[in-house]
Design a protein around this ligand. Sequence first.
Ligand code: HEM
Length: 365
Amino acid sequence: MATTSTLTEPVRWDDDRHAYVVTGFDEASEVLRGSGWSSDPARNPHAPQVLKALPPSVLLFLDPPDHTRLRRLVAPAFTPRALDRLRPRVVAVVDAVLDGLFADGPETDLMEEVAYLIPLAVIAEMLDVGVEGAEVFRAETPGLVRMLEFDAGVHDLERSVAAAQEVTMFLLPLVTERMRAPGDDFISGLAAAGMTAEEMVGMCVLLLAGGHETTANLIGTGTLALLSRPEQVPALHGDPARAVEELLRLEGPVKLAARFAVADHELGGRRIEAGSQLILDLREINRDPRRFPDPARLDLTREPLPHLAFGAGHHFCLGAGLARMEAAETLPRLFGRFPDLRVAGEPRWRDSTTFHGLDELPVHA
Ligand code: HEM
């Protein structure tokens, strides 16, 4: 079993992927919080050329100090206070989506009718892009997220760049307008913080790429986990925030984070030479038996221990608070309103190197 190998070999070489794979929690924390590792394709000779055509300011692909400067500009939109202000709008989105659920009959696809709709509507609200913007975002997200696949080929990346260009074409006039006449939305906030139009567009593209599918997957796999273990539903109602942490640990929507060594390192008893690629296997890391007792067991009442589903260190997920809030507001309402909810057909898993999630989850009211 993979978790057993974590005990003996928390860092191993993977010949197929030409990368070191980290499955140990402590080793992964050391990488994410340490220096001498890069996420910037411009510094990585293995990175495909086409990645360099993405808009600048994609935080995930920047190293300090550029990363530090940009992150500081965008962070105020994600403080606990900012999220508290957003909460009533998130709840309104969730209620509206659940009001429409099963309107056409007792069976439906939960992914399409709930899981994808909620984060999309929330991002569209935050950016204040109206129905037209939500349509563009919904159409382009599948293309955009291809850049986040570890094994992305040139074709995937070209599709990503094309999707980013579509979103850019939609956003650029809007961004320019908000710079001239700011409102109280997220984009106007970035303009007030001194970002350039190009940086703002890049930031919005990243929020879309990073925030839509991931949150949809958390809601989808979280629902499936609870439908498979209905005895855990009372614990969800008892403490939704704690329940969401356990779902993130076991069903974390992001399978891996990648880094590139820009210095030599010692890690988990191995020597990692500068120039090597590193894959942090977040699913194994969050099941490291040295940290989590009985790691494969879903227990929504488990005393939460920090996990790495959102990464750590300077790239720690900017939208973690938002994703947690969306899941914690959605799941109890879904199970509260539809107490007889059950799986109505074979769930279809997504085929992806990076994302753990469902393409389809047929449910019955
Ligand atoms: C970064 C996971 C939702 C925006 C990350 C990273 C992970 C992650 C693992 C770090 C990647 C790395 O270090 O290489 C998730 C999961 C989510 C989620 C599991 C949902 C359950 C969101 C949302 C947003 C968002 C809702 C925004 C609206 C970002 C951004 C970064 C990031 C901007 C880059 C931060 C940086 O590089 O400084 N996310 N994410 N994410 N995430 Fe999320």
